[in-house]
Design a protein around this ligand. Sequence first.
Ligand code: NAI
Length: 249
Amino acid sequence: MIENNKKALITGAAKGLGRATAVALSTSGYDVILTDINAEALAETKQFIEDNGGSAVTYILDVSDKKQIESVLMQAIKDEKKIDAFVNNAGIGGKMAPFHEMKDEDWDRVIAVNLSSVFYCLKFQLQILLKQGGGNIVNVASLAGKKGVTLGSHYSASKHGVIGLTKTAAVEYGSRNIRVNAVCPSFIETDIIDTVPPPILDFVKTYRVPLKRLGRPEEVANAIKFMLSDDSSYMNGHSLVLDGGMDAG
Ligand code: NAI
């Protein structure tokens, strides 16, 4: 579906799934608003989109800082006049550790970047969409939002929380022409899985994923694009698993 004159804001848009989502949305006609903490990679993504005929603007936004979320979102809507879609994607893996050894600062950081960020983004995005009379939001959760993760209590809790926020926003705002959904990828080839030991990734590919490979960022981006489009107009409060069939067996 070609989306002319639509604008989408993506957090964590400099690299990985956020970058792939920005490129996919741009290719389908959106003007994209890119936000991230990595200024250099953000500029490279903007350049790539423009070199391919798209339109992109950038804002530096650290999603662990609620004041920055409010000020950047308010500045973006002032500059752009209208934003049709939001993708709350920025996130980190965090330092893995067993529960009884998890450091407070590692727990706090993952909850701040992965969960509280989505609450504050939603809060201000919903204010914007209510004024506009509707719109669409996709949150990037994880398969870890549906399952426990060995050594990842903080990550799993943060992503379960993102699914809870998604469902709650969907039931609160569906009647106001706002749809809120989530994607739940498993292992996708981005920098975030660099911390996963290669033997584990090999085991996952060989024995756990029926498709026998990890996911590609574009495959998640295409699902997000679908969820933001009218092709998914009756989808609301859904958490779409993208795992190559890993959780099916
Ligand atoms: P990535 O590490 O490739 O990209 C993450 C992006 O977020 C980077 O551009 C980084 O600069 C940005 N970022 C990090 N902290 C930030 C902050 N405080 N404020 C703003 N931006 C920040 O990782 P990936 O894989 O693209 O992750 C994107 C989302 O997808 C995350 O929420 C992650 O939890 C989720 N996810 C990823 C999976 C995977 O296997 N790659 C699987 C399931 C979920």
